[in-house]
Design a protein around this ligand. Structure first.
Ligand SMILES: Cc1cc2nc3c(=O)[nH]c(=O)nc-3n(C[C@H](O)[C@H](O)[C@H](O)COP(=O)(O)O)c2cc1C
Length: 342
């Protein structure tokens, strides 16, 4: 009798786990089930679930940003990655808010009768979105979502089918327990019927900023150097930044929050200030001109209004000011410079 009960229990267990992989035609292989790979607990999921009311959702309407990050995230993991992408690109972040929020029970993939799993098993279902999301003026869109049973959640289909992506480069990204992005990006592109859709990419929730920055650069849609802004006191100047590791690290430093550096006049030709941390350096003997921005000694930024010869790492060059303008701005007392992302 005991043996019979054990056999029945084993059969039920096998049925449950292989059943997961069969939820849809494109679902994850059993070896990649979230049951085995997910790091978040049910309790964490409850804490993270966004329940934004329609009033808050309305605030997210209308945007004239050219780069947007639009994300659906049921338990906060994809939102975390989206926040990092938004910080790195200077883009506005907009969440897709479900009209009916997903509860912890809705997301319980161990029970195949719960909402998220039933939706994934019903290709035509289109969960309603609570907020109006405007893509006016957008030319680059990062679109993020979690993988549910090997696919994007059906609410992503609601989103792509109700927007026009003409003139927009769409860059999908996702998080998951372990599954790759699979066909989910291609399926969304086909459903959208418009837009220039790039190959999507899966990230773990803990993806380091460096990896995201490299991916953003790879996609070629955002020139991060162009997004790095420099203000001297209250005057914003145009800079042609070098494409090197030092500038990459500077962008990283300025991406979390604007970096403010107290500068001091020195030598009658420059303003110099400590960055507070070291950047990678590749010093080369250089004779500078007014407008040159260099790294000195690995951890100090120098802006020139005159000339000097020393071994520096070039960071960039101010292009919208004459030597006279530079002298007026920099030779009349110490300044504060601010580096920020657009
Ligand atoms: C209904 C459901 C199905 C899931 N299916 C998969 C899957 O097929 N493969 C996988 O690796 N992870 C799967 N997961 C795990 C999620 O993709 C992962 O936890 C994701 O990072 C959650 O993102 P979010 O916090 O932004 O919602 C699933 C999660 C849920 C709730």
């Amino acid at each position: 009798m005991k043996k019979l009960i054990s056999l029945i229990l084993i059969l039920v267990f096998i049925f449950l786990f292989t059943g997961y992989g069969n939820a849809t035609a494109q679902a994850t292989p059993a070896s990649e089930t979230p049951a085995q790979t997910e790091t978040q607990t049910a309790d964490q999921e409850t804490e993270n679930i966004t329940e934004v009311g329609p009033e808050e959702a309305e605030n997210e309407e209308e945007s004239d940003n050219t780069t947007l990050v639009v994300v659906f995230s049921a338990t906060g993991t994809t939102r975390g990655v989206a926040e990092k992408i938004a910080a790195l690109t200077g883009a506005e972040l907009i969440e897709i808010v479900p009209a009916q929020p997903y509860t912890t029970e809705d997301l319980n993939y161990n029970d195949r009768t719960t909402r998220a799993t039933v939706e994934q098993n019903t290709p035509d279902v289109r969960p309603e979105i609570a907020n109006e999301i405007s893509l006016d003026g957008c030319t680059t869109l990062y679109l993020g979502y979690p993988i549910w049973w090997g696919q994007s959640p059906r609410i992503l289909s609601t989103f792509v089918e109700s927007h026009n992506f003409t003139g927009i480069t769409v860059i999908p990204f996702c998080t998951s327990g372990s599954s790759d992005i699979g066909q989910s990006d291609d399926t969304l592109a086909a459903q959208a019927e418009s837009g220039n859709w790039l190959q999507g990419r899966r990230f773990p929730g803990s993806v380091p900023e460096d990896e995201l920055r490299a991916w953003i650069k790879e996609s070629g849609e955002i020139n991060l150097e162009k997004s790095l802004r420099l203000s001297i006191n209250d005057t914003e100047v145009t800079v042609d930044w070098e494409e090197n590791e030092s500038v990459d690290t500077l962008i990283n430093l300025a991406s979390a929050e604007p970096l403010t550096v107290q500068m001091s006049m020195y030598g009658g030709f420059e303003q110099v200030g400590s960055l507070g941390s070291s950047l990678p350096r590749n010093d080369v003997q250089t004779t500078t001109q007014a407008g040159d921005i260099v790294l000195y000694s690995g951890n100090q930024i120098v802006v020139f209004y005159g000339s000097n010869s020393w071994a520096y790492t070039r960071l960039g060059r101010i292009t919208n000011m004459s030597a006279e303008d530079m002298t007026n701005l920099l030779a009349n007392g110490d300044v504060v410079i601010t580096l920020s992302l657009e």
